[in-house]
Design a protein around this ligand. Structure first.
Ligand code: NDP
Length: 432
């Protein structure tokens, strides 16, 4: 706790991982100590911080702080998203970068862990302001990234539009058209199924978990927080698997539609108008809207937190259990607080940790890198098939590792151990 005292999210992520790794650590204690394996694991390779100055529509110069943490490249080039949100600071990018190391390892693909972003808030900004910010951000970031060095992608506040502006600026500055960012538009090197990948992948993982426990999504009521990229495509796949999604949210409130959420309406509001979830009522006046964060009080069989960190706390977990929820699968990064996770596990609610369950996005990003390297474009079905195989494989690895150490059914422990083993093996092979 003496190190990085002002970064609580980073501490939370590190504690959560290291505590679950106890069985492996105890088995290898002497040589982990000698090689300072854990000390090296929690210290990023580097944290880059920079000024981002841009001009707003009123002609005023605005200044934000940009970050990129290149955490660990033992198994491949750094890879991880960029987040634009007013609360972004070193503690957030480090927690996300640390988690990303294990997530990327779990995919089985050659990608290391990184994350970045800025305290710029895109909400309410004009398209021109977004472009101005992205150009200024990339004007510094381009020095540190490259297709074999570090390949950023999207995260909260960074979707196809922002990736396009960032890529355009990288190309202008470097005179190179290469796979330096993923989540690109299909017209200049993007991968089919990348938009859907995190949400679909979450459902592939959750479905594998349910099936392994004698359950399925058929006729289940599902509640999903958020209404961004992950939430929308989680909802789409949940519907395809026979479930009914009854609630979605954003940071202002949540909608509840007993008949099942009309996803076409949500896509229109969120992907085309960049609007608010309350606008759903304009299209479906019979639905209900609550201007609060009480989405977890809506009764459901499966809960999918897909908005942001620490959005599902102990009180929320108690409500879910009281209403008969059977499974929680994290689409967002660290959305469930530690107390809530432990409570759900004690109550025998199946729990899929984000590190494993939301790895589909970065997995397809790695497939986008492959397509860019070979100058090929794969079909939607080819990418989606690979995604499904990868997610089922991540479930199998997490399940196996948990069983091997006597924690059958604890996928938090299983995912952390499986990811850790791969990274540590690579770090040890490469020496100090
Ligand atoms: P988006 O920006 O597309 O959507 C985020 C959604 O969450 C929005 O609906 C947003 O509402 C809502 N939200 C954000 N903060 C809060 C809050 N404090 N309370 C309630 N709702 C909130 O982001 P993504 O869908 O891409 O990302 C969502 C999560 O998934 C993040 O944790 C991200 O790290 C994680 N993730 C994303 C991946 C991807 O491929 N996109 C891959 C793996 C993980 P509002 O519009 O009001 O801000």
């Amino acid at each position: 706790v003496q190190k990085n005292p002002s970064e609580p999210e980073f501490h939370q992520a590190v504690h959560e991982v290291l505590d679950t790794l106890r069985p492996v650590i105890e088995e290898n204690e002497a040589h982990y100590r000698r090689d300072a394996i854990l000390e090296r694991l929690v210290e990023p390779d580097r944290l880059i911080q920079f000024r981002v100055a841009w001009v707003d529509d009123a002609g005023q110069v605005q200044v934000n702080t940009g970050y990129r943490v290149q955490f660990n490249n033992a198994i491949g080039p750094y890879k991880g998203g960029l987040r634009l949100r007013e609360n972004v600071y070193s503690g957030i990018v480090k927690f996300l970068g640390f988690e990303q190391i294990f997530k990327n390892a779990l995919t089985g693909l050659p990608i290391g862990g990184a994350k970045g972003g800025s305290d710029f808030d895109p909400k309410g900004k004009s398209d021109r302001e977004i472009m101005a910010f992205c150009k200024a951000f990339m004007s510094e970031l381009y020095k540190y990234i490259g297709p074999d060095i570090d390949v950023p992608a999207g995260d909260i506040g960074v979707g196809g539009r922002e990736i396009g502006y960032l890529y355009g600026q990288y190309k202008r500055l470097t005179h190179r058209h290469e796979g330096v960012l993923t989540g690109k538009s299909l017209s200049f090197g993007g991968s089919l199924a990348r938009t859907e990948a995190t949400g679909y992948g979450l459902l592939y993982f959750a479905d594998a978990m349910l099936r392994a426990n004698g359950l399925s999504f058929k006729n289940q009521r599902v509640v999903i927080s958020g209404s961004g990229n992950v939430a929308i495509y989680a909802a789409e796949k949940a519907g395809q698997l026979g479930a009914t999604v009854v609630a979605l949210s954003d940071s202002s409130g949540y909608i509840y539609d007993e008949a099942g959420i009309d996803l076409a309406a949500v896509k229109e509001i969120k992907e085309k108008r960049y609007g608010r979830i309350v606008e759903y009522l304009d299209i479906h006046p019979q639905a209900q809207y609550s201007a609060d964060d009480g989405i977890w009080s809506v009764p459901c069989d499966v809960a999918l937190p897909c908005a942001t960190q620490n959005e599902l706390n102990l009180e929320d977990a108690k409500k879910l259990v009281a209403n008969g929820c059977k499974a929680v699968a994290e689409g967002a990064n660290m959305p469930t607080s530690r107390e809530a996770t432990e409570y759900l596990q004690e109550q025998k609610v199946l729990f899929a940790p984000g590190k494993a369950a939301n790895a589909g996005g970065v997995a397809v990003s790695a497939l986008e890198m492959s397509q860019n390297s070979e100058r090929q474009v794969w079909t939607f079905d080819k990418v989606d098939d690979k995604l499904k195989t990868i997610m089922e494989d991540i479930f199998a690895k997490s399940d196996e590792a948990a069983k091997r150490f006597g924690f059958a059914g604890n996928y938090v422990v299983g995912a952390n151990i499986a990811g850790f083993e791969r990274v540590i093996a690579a770090m040890q092979s490469q020496g100090v």
